[in-house]
Design a protein around this ligand. Structure first.
Ligand code: SF4
Length: 367
């Protein structure tokens, strides 16, 4: 926010000062143009620069008159964040630590896998779900990200690609519980799927959740086609209450029922995520319980060997436990896979980079 003496001569109460151009709400720009009796098609030109032509600044939007670019720059900012850190891994994974003007930071990741160019984005600063093995949840939740901040992560990551490559998939699995910030996530995903936005279909967008039934039902009401991934991490309430404390107020049965409603409404195969923690939830009895929970559901079970977090007392499961776990599930007819961990060299478990990085001078990427 700029101070009163910095007021631009054209500033009006109806347009917030230094509006975020990446905010999905088109009204501020529409009003701003209308107040100056400028043609509405300028908004479409700007949008094209943001999503398709990957402008890094208003200056780059060379088919807008210079005076218009200068006036826009007084009232709108393109980027809200700076890049506090940019890490790359040998497997092509790149990770950004993004810092917002209030000094809060989140992580987002670009993953290269064959022709796929997937990104993993955050929805909150921190997380309130308190999963005991997760770096993101260690300090609780600070705040929700705005819709513009969620879109900004997508566009920052898209700009890491060469011009001829496009993002193909989005996974909302970074820091935070996406369904706890649905009001901001949904408009951001509308931008991702819009043909004039990133043009990524619902079916290539995955929302990962610990399972908040009322929010899952909102997705059902909205007729969403997103791929839903429910993080179980335990096959019974007693263990899940320990590992995912928010479960105490919900319970696995209610989560499975909500997931079933989503499947019935969307027809999309469900995914269940299960982080395998050595000697904790990786025993044969857990595999058998998990098999009965999954039986009869059109679902994929993703097993994720734990990625250790400094300072937390949890371990990667042994190969022997892993193999036995998979074998029990496979023999029970469950569709199961072990998920490859990408970006191990760059602390790819959510929240790790943020915790390991002290306040440092922003580097790389245009801002
Ligand atoms: S695992 Fe996900 S839901 Fe759980 S605390 Fe971490 S970010 Fe939040």
């Amino acid at each position: 926010m700029i101070s009163g003496r910095d007021l631009h001569p054209h500033a009006r109460d109806s347009v917030p000062l230094m509006h975020h151009l990446l905010d999905p709400n088109p009204e501020p720009l529409r009003l701003w143009l209308a107040e100056r009796q400028l043609p509405a098609y300028r908004a479409g030109q700007i949008r094209k620069w943001l999503f398709e032509r990957r402008a890094d600044s208003l200056e780059d939007m060379t088919d807008l008159p210079k005076s218009l670019r200068a006036d826009l720059a007084a009232d709108f900012r393109l980027w809200s964040s700076t890049i506090a850190r940019h890490q790359s891994s040998d497997d092509g994974t790149e990770k950004l630590l993004v810092e917002w003007p209030d000094a809060q930071r989140v992580e987002c990741v670009l993953l290269r896998d064959g022709a796929r160019r997937s990104i993993c984005i955050s929805t909150q600063v921190g997380c309130g779900m308190g999963c005991v093995f997760c770096a993101s949840g260690l300090d609780g939740v600070e705040r929700n990200l705005t819709a513009g901040e969620i879109v900004e992560q997508m566009l920052r990551l898209a700009r890491l690609l060469p011009d001829h490559e496009r993002l193909s998939h989005i996974v909302v699995m970074g820091m935070g519980e996406p369904l706890a910030n649905l009001n901001n996530l949904l408009p951001a995903l509308d931008e991702a799927s819009s043909p004039s936005g990133l043009g990524i279909s619902h079916r290539r967008i995955t929302i990962s959740t610990v399972g908040l039934p009322p929010a899952i039902d909102r997705l059902v009401e909205r007729n969403c086609q997103y791929h839903l991934a429910v993080s179980l991490h335990a096959p019974n309430d007693e263990l899940r209450n320990e590992l995912v404390p928010v479960n105490k107020n919900i319970g696995i049965e209610a989560i499975m029922a909500a997931a079933d409603r989503y499947y019935e409404a969307s027809g999309r195969r469900l995914t269940f995520e299960y982080v395998l923690l050595g000697n904790l939830n990786d025993q044969a009895e857990h595999a058998r319980q998990l098999a009965s929970l999954m039986r009869g559901r059109t679902a994929l079970l993703n097993l994720i060997p734990y990625n250790p977090v400094a300072g937390l007392p949890y371990h990667t499961p042994s190969n022997r436990c892993r193999e036995r776990f998979v074998e029990i599930l496979t023999q029970a007819g469950i569709n199961v896979q072990i998920r490859e961990r990408k970006g191990d060299q760059i602390n790819a478990a959510c929240g790790q980079l943020r915790r390991l990085t002290p306040a440092i001078t922003p580097i790389s990427l245009p801002s």
